[in-house]
Design a protein around this ligand. Sequence first.
Ligand code: HXC
Ligand code: NAP
Length: 290
Amino acid sequence: MNYTEGMLREGSLKGKNILITGGGTGLGRAMGEYFLELGANLVITSRKLEVLEETAKEMMAKSGGKVIPVVCDVRDIEQVESMWAKCIAAFGQIHGVLNNAAGNFISPTERLSANAFNTVLDIVLKGTSQVTLTAGKHWIAEKQPGVFLNIVTTYAWTGSGYVVPSAAAKAGVLALTRSLAVEWAKYGIRSNAIAPGPFPTEGAWSRLLPGDLVKKFDPAKKVPVGRVGVHQELANLAAYLISDFSAYVNGDVITIDGGEWLKGAGEFNNLEMIPQEMWDMMEASRGKKP
Ligand code: HXC
Ligand code: NAP
């Protein structure tokens, strides 16, 4: 057994209907595939119907579950409400929402137009809050329990230059997660977040490491465990957090980054650049043999 394999036992998500925003590509798709394998049905949503339909077809060919593609730009509340109505019409009840849709790109902040800044804020923070509000109001009115799982990133708390709108928006999503974990627990609604480190996807890599940058900045080099993430290990964590096995986990953010952000934070972590011979010399200079 290792981290490239599914972790939960068969049927762990049987009978669960789960909405995944940004579910047609990348990490949303990978998490969705595993939820399906565990017995769930899915609604996958994003702006591109063709992508969603193709993904839904491929997903259903691999598993017994149902996958319904629904177009929705999460920035538009009318589209969000109509998408939610389609979820309910299809399945009667949605048990979990995976807020995964995002927009991002790198840029010196002073080069951004107001529209560029707002575009990322709107997809990530406004989009997540609109989906959350729509689902939460429905669950509360119908007296149904529910679970939110929000995908953030480690710079939600450290901040990061060159992706400032994304950092500000993800910090907001984290605050939303923690706030509602307390406020809506009385309705049986849990909220948690996952903060992934680098997990290669076409969407992220093309926008965050465009052109030659991918050769200059190998993300694996920043990770203490020496590699980037494998989609299945994120899917394992997500499946646990969206399942009833995590019933007592509420309001937390779980980092899955191989120790990446802490490596950047620890004052003396870059001493790993000191070769063994230099440590030997330092030891010898205080009178101890190597
Ligand atoms: C500067 C840019 C830009 C760039 C777009 N803009 N790209 N500014 N640098 N690279 C500006 C545009 O000029 C425009 O401003 C405004 O942003 C809106 O651009 P549009 O192309 O009209 O927006 P839209 O079609 O809505 O596309 C949204 C998008 C795009 C965010 C720009 O990249 C997208 O669709 N992204 C979705 C998927 C995605 O980003 N996935 C990666 C997530 S990875 P003006 O002023 O000219 O009108 C992630 C990882 C986090 O989040 C952590 C990693 C470790
Ligand atoms: P991705 O494939 O580009 O996923 C982003 C998804 O969001 C796409 O499916 C996109 O579909 C959808 N989306 C974008 N704008 C939307 C909008 N306005 N309305 C609805 N859907 C929209 O990239 P990814 O790497 O899998 O990212 C998934 C999540 O993981 C994001 O939250 C990201 O911040 C997070 N994350 C990724 C990494 C990583 O290393 N990959 C690290 C940390 C966090 P459409 O274009 O069809 O709308």
